[in-house]
Ligand binder design. Structure first.
Ligand code: PCA
Length: 329
């Protein structure tokens, strides 16, 4: 009897071990490259999203974030996901506007200048973006805006004429075009590298959020931040489509639930971070405030040129996004 009991207990233990081993080998690790600093609210949102997926799938999918461009630089993240080098990642899609002008819908100057309008514009554009990404072997999960974009300089600037000849750091086609139209000299630099670029004089100004200036301590090199509220570009989290199709329906649902939560929480964090980071720039010694009337009027003219260029390039699809957005006003 004792022998049989031992045998059964042994079998049970064996079964447990086999079961355990099976579930361990089924667990997948999804590396998630992100381009911005670990302390940034996008990265914080990504880290919470990763935890949500890992917990929600009972550990079957472990998402591991790599902020600060440590695994792939911003410009390389989309391709890395498309080709399956990584399962998931976050990217500023307007950075790929040269590949498809529609990716720049969120960087059309003065179209959506508040968080509320940014949410509406996103609602208007999401079906188109989802389709474009699907054709590129990508599944769109969620998108979170950056705070409104303003101008950073090393001197007082009151008009576009004051910007002439300045070396201007750009992060996408729209920002490079803005530089050209203002007769500045655009140079493309990843957010992760701007502190060094400003310190060495490779760049001396940029358009960005208070958030990125704060994350990168730009007060060490720059002196002025002008609130312009030109647009609110977005970061997007995407999954490789083959990986997605190999994921069980139950786990897909968990991931989508976590993505919805991340989009909501990320948007909230962006709003909170806006004033916090503007205060941080001030505390660092910068002059922070609204752009003057002349500068705003000059920038609006440039904005009109950029808007009509964007609409010409995107044709009916671009117009449909803008019309859908305007219908929500
Ligand atoms: N920060 C990012 C994109 C927009 C923003 O606010 C950057 O400057 O690269």
């Amino acid at each position: 009897m004792g022998f049989v009991k031992d045998l059964m207990a042994g079998a049970a233990t064996f079964g447990l071990l086999v079961g355990f081993a099976a579930s361990v080998s089924a667990a997948e690790k999804w590396d998630m490259p992100m381009a911005y600093s670990a302390s940034n609210f996008h990265s914080a949102t990504g880290a919470e999203f990763a935890k949500c997926v890992t917990t929600g799938t009972g550990g079957a999918i472990e998402v591991v974030t790599h902020p600060g461009g440590s695994l792939f630089k911003g410009a390389d993240i989309k391709r890395a996901i498309q080709t399956g080098q990584v399962a998931i990642g976050e990217r500023l899609l307007s950075g790929h506007q040269n590949e498809n002008t529609l990716f720049g819908f969120d960087s059309v100057p003065f179209l959506a200048t508040s968080f509320d309008d940014s949410a509406k514009l996103w609602k208007a554009a999401k079906p188109t973006l989802t389709k474009i990404l699907d054709e590129q072997n990508l599944v769109l999960l969620y998108a979170v805006p950056w705070p409104p974009q303003g101008l950073y300089f090393k001197k007082e600037v009151n008009s576009v004429a004051d910007m002439k000849g300045i070396k201007f750091r750009s992060y996408n086609t729209a920002t490079a075009r803005l530089a050209e139209l203002a007769e500045m000299l655009p140079v493309t630099i990843e957010a992760a590298e701007i502190s060094q670029a400003f310190a060495t004089g490779v760049a001396e100004s940029m358009i960005s959020s208070g958030s990125t200036g704060y994350d990168r301590k730009v007060w060490e090199s720059l002196t002025h931040f002008y609130e312009v509220d030109a647009w609110l570009p977005r970061n997007y989290v995407m999954v490789n489509k083959d990986t997605w199709n190999d994921t069980s329906n139950a786990n897909q649902s968990v991931i989508q639930g976590c993505a919805g939560l991340a989009e909501y929480a990320g948007n909230y964090r962006a709003i909170e971070y806006t004033q916090f980071t503007l205060n941080g720039l001030k505390a660092g010694g910068m002059t922070v405030g609204p752009a003057g009337d002349k500068l705003v009027a000059d920038l609006k003219k440039i904005g009109e040129t950029m808007t009509s260029e964007w609409l010409t390039k995107t044709g009916a699809e671009g117009k449909a996004i803008v019309d859908a957005f305007k219908a929500m006003q």
